[in-house]
Design a protein around this ligand. Structure first.
Ligand SMILES: [Zn+2]
Length: 284
């Protein structure tokens, strides 16, 4: 099997997580697993994914994380230069619309794209009907429409990396910015954690990127990578405990009731999530 990002002809086994084999590309470091035939990634994101339908995956309650997510999104958005006048931003994988709403507050004319219809129904009030249900590789917008496209912890969920990034390049005007965050499987924490790395969440994460594979992917579609950096995120104490529970205990865990202190917000940087900022070159 060849590498889905750099096209290297050979890949090799990396580790085994539960009953899933994770492979890697010796050339760009991309790690990935192969879903069974008939796997439908879009079916993963039903209402239950965001609301604790399964004890070992998804979110216990995505809505509970609103305040901490907004802090993280606002900090990330503050770094994106906003053109004077009308400035259009597309948030891909908008979920409940928290990032979209933060972008709107920061002065962007913000639109969202989301594959999960239940999430969009939940977002409608908040994001004022600005979230469209569609696949990231087939967005129903005119070419060159946007000044910025953001994907916050979304790229690793997308089954066709090149098709998705090609679509982002189509949607951006020349000079527009693609800003995304994703786990860094080449980071020290990921390497030390082995199969227990907290971002090996299967089936929702399909690919695990390295800085090198991100560069290769973006440059293939006309982007110039301006920066790659590990940044802190704000989490609630309850969410950190939830992640640990899912990572270490999986299906054998029981979900605790809400506890005092679970809403406490903490800034965390394990240096295993990378934010990439890339600019679309003028078309030749
Ligand atoms: Zn590769």
């Amino acid at each position: 099997m060849s590498c889905a990002v750099c096209g290297a002809a050979r890949t090799r086994g990396k580790l085994r997580r539960g009953d899933v084999d994770i492979l890697e590309c010796p050339s760009c470091g991309l790690a990935f697993w192969t879903p069974p035939a008939g796997f439908r990634p879009d079916r993963v994101y039903d209402a239950g994914y965001f609301a604790g339908a399964q004890v070992d995956r998804g979110y216990d309650d995505y809505g509970d994380l609103e305040a901490s997510l907004r802090l993280t999104f606002a900090r990330r958005l503050a770094r994106i230069p906003r053109p004077a006048g009308r400035a259009r931003l597309l948030d891909v994988g908008a979920a409940y619309g928290f990032a979209l709403d933060e972008a709107r507050r920061a002065g962007w004319e913000a639109t969202g794209l989301e594959i999960s219809a239940p999430a969009v129904r939940r977002a409608a009030a908040l994001a004022r009907g600005r979230v469209v249900v569609a696949d990231a590789a087939a967005a129903p917008f005119a070419s060159g429409r946007f000044d910025a496209v953001t994907l916050w912890d979304v790229l690793e969920h997308l089954p066709q990396p090149h098709a998705a990034v090609s679509e982002m390049a189509r949607l951006l005007r020349p000079g527009g910015r693609l800003v995304l965050s994703t786990g860094d499987v080449g980071s020290l924490v990921a390497r030390l954690s082995g199969a227990r790395w907290h971002l090996y969440t299967i089936p929702e994460h399909l690919f695990f990127y390295t800085r090198r594979s991100l560069r290769a992917l973006l440059e293939a579609h006309g982007f110039r990578v301006e920066s790659l950096r590990a940044e802190a995120s704000t989490y609630t104490l309850g969410y950190l405990v939830e992640r640990l529970r899912k990572t270490l205990l999986g299906r054998s865990a029981r979900r605790p009731a809400r506890w005092p202190g679970s809403g406490l917000r903490i800034g965390v940087n394990l240096f295993d999530v990378v934010t990439v900022e890339a600019v679309l070159r003028a078309r030749a």
